[in-house]
Each structure stands twice: as C-alpha cells, then as structure tokens.
Ligand binder design. Structure first.
Ligand SMILES: Cc1cc2nc3c(=O)[nH]c(=O)nc-3n(C[C@H](O)[C@H](O)[C@H](O)COP(=O)(O)O)c2cc1C
Length: 532
C-alpha cells in the first residue's frame, strides 16, 4: 500500500494537461450514459419550500461585505429556503432546439453539478427534526432521517457532498479536481446566501469525513444500492450566530428513501479517482487557530444593486468581445476582496490562512500596463517568490495600487497569446480584461496531511466565486477555467519543483451573449408560494 501523500502527488501529476497530451478522459461523450444532474431519494417524505419573490430580500450586494450592515432575518424555514435557493438553487433554464438544461446559482465545471446538499434541522416550524436532502430541481427537501441533533438554537447544519461520477463521465481522471473546485464554489455560495440574510456561516473544520458521512447517511449501503455514491466534503454551521461547537454524537431513529442511479451504466471506470479520494479522506482534527489579520477597510463599490440580483444573474461568459476594459480601481477592489478579513464573507467561513496566490495576465485594465502581475495573498511568501521565480521578473509595484495590496508587475508584455495557449487554447483567457492562474503553496500545504489537497481546490473555488460575483457587480462577467496546461504555467513563471502548483484559472471581461439560446425562468415549472 502506498502512502496517501504519494497517491495524491501521483494523482496530481498524472492528471495534468500537457501541450502534447491531455489527462486521460473518456475520449468523447457517451450521451446514453449522461448522468442525471439531480439526485433524488425515492420514498422519502418531502417538504415543498417557498420561493423568493422579487420583493423578499432587499439586501444590497455591497453590504454583504460590511460587518453588521444587514440585520439578521428571522430563523424560519422560509428563510432557510431562501438561503438554499440563493446558494444552490436553479437560476434559469436554457434551451437550444430540443435540448433544455438548468443553470444554478453555483457554477460547475461542464455544468455537471457533482455537489449535493443536505440540511440538518431541529425545532423548526414546518419541518421534521432530522436530515433532509435538497433537491434543487423541485426546490424541495427530502427527509432522509428522523434525528435530534442537539443543535444550538437558531442554527442549522448544511452538509455538502460530491458525486464524482457526474464529472468523471465527461472529464475522466481530472474530474476529482473539478469536484473539489465545485465544492469550494458551493461553500462560498452558501456563505454569501447566509450573509444576504444577515446570518453567519462557517465550515466545521475539525469534523472528519466519517463524521459527515455518518450524520448524512452517506455510508448507508442499503439506501444507495447500485446508485452512485456520495463523498463527504464539508459540514457548515449556519444561523444568526454560528460561532458554535457542534456535538457529533446524534443518532438517527429511522431512515427514508432510496438514492436514484444517475447513469444506466458506466462505460469507463476511473479507479484513480477512487484511490485519490481514499487517500484524501480527512480525519478529525483540532480546530484551527488561524485568524485574519487586521486590514484597512475594503475598497468601496459604488453600486446599489441587490445581492439577490447579482447572485441570480451570475453566469459564465462563453465568449468575450475582445475590447471591453475595466479600470485599475475595479481590479484593485476585486483583489482586495480576495483577502480574508474578520467577519467578512466568504473568507470568514473557513479557518485557514491563504495558501493561494494569483498570477495575472493583464490585457485591458485602464491605468495598468499590459503584462504579467503577481498578487500575494499572504505576504510571507514574497522573499521566496522573489528568490525562486524567473530571474527575469522585474517586481515593480503596480501603478496606483493601494499600499495594502501586494500587486507586482513582473513582466511588461502583451500576454494574450500566452494566456490563451496556457488555458487549453481557450479564447476567453485572451479576450477579456484579464485572466489569472491560482498558484497554491503546494508541498508545504500537503505536508500537513494528504487531505489538504482538497482544501487547496476549495480555496481556489472560493476565490472563483468571489470573482464571479464581483465581475457581475462591475458590469462585466467571469468564467472559471479548469482546463489549463499545468506545467506550461509553471514554466512561464519559472516555477521549479512542486512548491507552487497552479490549481485553477479564471478570466473576466465583457461578455458576448449567445443569442441562439432561449432563457426560461428558473422555477416557472413549479406552482409554489413565495416568501414575503
Ligand atoms: C471548476 C470550473 C471549471 C470550469 N472550467 C471551464 C473551462 O475550462 N472553460 C469554460 O469555458 N468554462 C469553464 N467553466 C464554466 C462552466 O462551464 C459553467 O460554470 C457551467 O457551464 C455552468 O454555467 P454558469 O456558470 O453560467 O451557471 C468552469 C466552471 C467551473 C466551476
């Protein structure tokens, strides 16, 4: 048996895309086995949730970032429904010819949505105490079990899990990475949705995967049968005041429902995903002691738009116009939002220090010279970066950049061709205002445990969610980029060895809309009451 860390390191290497060879995938899409994007538990009691009306939540998007600016909403089932809708619910249906697919408030690689969500509630009017699975298609909760969880008052738990098969169907071996990115996006989406209600939300970082699996019933073989399994990601505590320790000893009384099988058959097996998932299983750990350092106030946003509107309109750009620029101040604010601050979402949901830095390919930012820039989210890394990255780098502080933002121009260049080539030749990396690679402190993080591999992708996903929303607020649009040539990025930056590895890419610019697609409203198919 290999050591878990060796398995993870080997997985990461073999799932790199290279200029001359992509990571192993199915080599074409087998539509007959396309996974059902919705998990259901047949036979479970259901509670239909109310939907948000246009007048329900007036919270301004800008206020999400102002501690204390949003008075906490009542702790009711209707407001938990609002949170689920804003975090993980449908945002629209798209139609092209005879094909129709749902989009959600949280993004997902290939729109495959491996992330499933559960709530654990207690003492709440309108719903039984227990564990309930959220079925976003119907905006219902499916009860999985009766349980008294011993939760503090005005608190519920949100558990996130991944069905790796959904991503592996399309992306093969690299899919495990994308599932983790999506989990990171979902953590941030949940944190933002809680903030829109004036609530707190944090990941229970000390829980083990086994704790999560047992509470949510993921380990109940009899309920899954031949259905694709779910892997525990995180447990979050959410409520008017979420700084709680939660007892993990609750025992379910009775379980309901059988999981649906998502694909009639699987044309390919991806044993390497099973093996990296096993190597990344998280044990119970101590609560982390890390706290965000004091920082100057966030750079302001002159924008009155409601949080609900920004969250629901979030989309991935599929094409950029190649002309729209943003101002340097807009970029500086985006970068500022990537820095953890106490009591500021979404970073207050996690308890670890930033381990990911940004390599920006600046194309069209008014006030900044085009070129390659580095943004250090944890200044401790600066001397090592200066010593070890390309010795051709210039390390010039970005023009007009506020003092608390460590943004350096390292090469003056038209980086459009390089950015496009590095992101699997995708035009979106070149035609926007900027694109970026997320560089993780890789070896030093994994030294704390192989399971940290997942946390690096989660952090990258959270960064992506920050950028998606802020792009909308700035009148432009973002897209997460999971397809990039890993070592190509490392070579361009002069990264030798594995102390830094690129975990995710992102791009922002002026989007072109595909007018061939028809857009339908998210929940027109439901006859449902609204939350007032
Ligand atoms: C982890 C991740 C990786 C992605 N990679 C790419 C990519 O390489 N290229 C691309 O065009 N879109 C990419 N996307 C965007 C997804 O295709 C998009 O989120 C999905 O189709 C759902 O659409 P929506 O974001 O508009 O809701 C990625 C999204 C995520 C979350």
């Amino acid at each position: 048996m290999s050591h878990p860390l060796d398995i993870v390191l080997a997985y990461h290497e073999r799932t790199k895309h290279h200029f001359q060879r992509y990571a192993a995938g199915p080599g074409g899409l087998d539509w007959a086995t396309q996974p059902d994007p919705f998990r259901t538990f047949a036979g479970s009691p259901q509670v239909a949730l109310p939907l948000l009306s246009d007048t329900t939540l007036q919270t301004r998007y800008a206020d999400l970032y102002q501690p204390g600016a949003i008075a906490p909403h009542a702790f009711t089932l209707a407001n938990i429904a609002a949170l689920l809708e804003l975090a993980l619910g449908l945002s629209a249906w798209k139609e092209y010819g005879a094909t129709r697919w749902a989009l959600r408030c949280n993004p997902s690689s290939g729109n495959l949505h491996p992330t499933e969500a559960y709530v654990v509630v207690q003492g709440l009017a309108g719903i039984a105490d227990g564990v309930h699975h959220y079925l976003s298609r119907d905006h219902v909760l499916e009860q999985r079990c009766d349980l008294r969880a011993d939760l503090p008052t005005e608190t519920f738990l949100l558990g996130l899990t991944s069905i790796h098969w959904r991503e592996a169907w399309k992306y093969g071996e690299r899919a495990y990475r994308y599932c983790q990115h999506d989990a990171g996006h979902a953590i941030a989406a949940a944190r933002y949705a809680a903030a829109a209600l004036g609530w707190q939300a944090s990941v229970l970082g000390d829980w083990s995967d086994a704790d999560i699996a047992s509470l949510l019933g993921l380990d109940r073989e009899m309920d899954f049968g031949d259905a694709e399994r779910e892997h525990p990601d995180v447990m979050m505590v959410i409520g008017r005041d979420a700084a709680y320790r939660i007892a993990k000893t609750s025992v379910a009384q009775a379980w309901y429902g059988k999981a649906n099988r998502l694909s009639p058959s699987h044309a390919h097996d991806w044993p390497v995903i099973e093996s990296v998932a096993a190597a990344c299983v998280k044990p119970a750990t101590q609560e982390a002691a890390w706290r965000a350092p004091p920082r100057p106030d966030l750079l302001p946003l002159a924008n009155e738009v409601r949080a609900v509107d920004i969250i629901k309109q979030r989309r991935s750009a599929q094409e950029f116009d190649g002309v729209t620029s943003i101002t340097a101040d807009t970029l500086f604010r985006m970068l500022d939002l990537t820095l953890p601050r106490a009591a500021v979402p979404p970073w207050d949901a996690i308890d670890w220090a930033p381990r990911i830095h940004l390599a920006l390919f600046v194309h069209r930012v008014e006030g900044l010279m085009p070129g390659v820039y580095l943004f250090l989210r944890n200044a401790d890394i600066e001397s090592k970066m200066r010593a070890e990255l390309s010795d051709e780098f210039q390390w010039v502080r970005a023009e007009g950049c506020p003092a608390h933002l460590p943004l350096y121009r390292v090469a003056e260049a038209d980086a459009r061709n390089a950015a496009k080539a590095l992101s699997c030749h995708q035009n979106i990396a070149a035609d926007g205002a900027f694109s970026l690679g997320m560089l993780a402190e890789y070896e030093s993080s994994l030294a704390h445990g192989a399971w940290m591999y997942r946390q690096l992708f989660w952090e990258a996903g959270i960064l992506g969610q920050v950028l998606y929303l802020e792009a909308e607020a700035a009148g432009v649009r973002g897209t997460g980029i999971g397809c990039y040539f890993d070592d190509g990025v490392h070579d361009v930056l002069g990264i030798k060895g594995h102390w830094l590895q690129s975990m995710y890419h992102f791009t922002i610019g002026g989007a072109l809309t595909d007018t061939r697609l028809e857009t339908l409203s998210a929940y027109a198919h439901l006859k449902r009451e609204f939350i007032e």
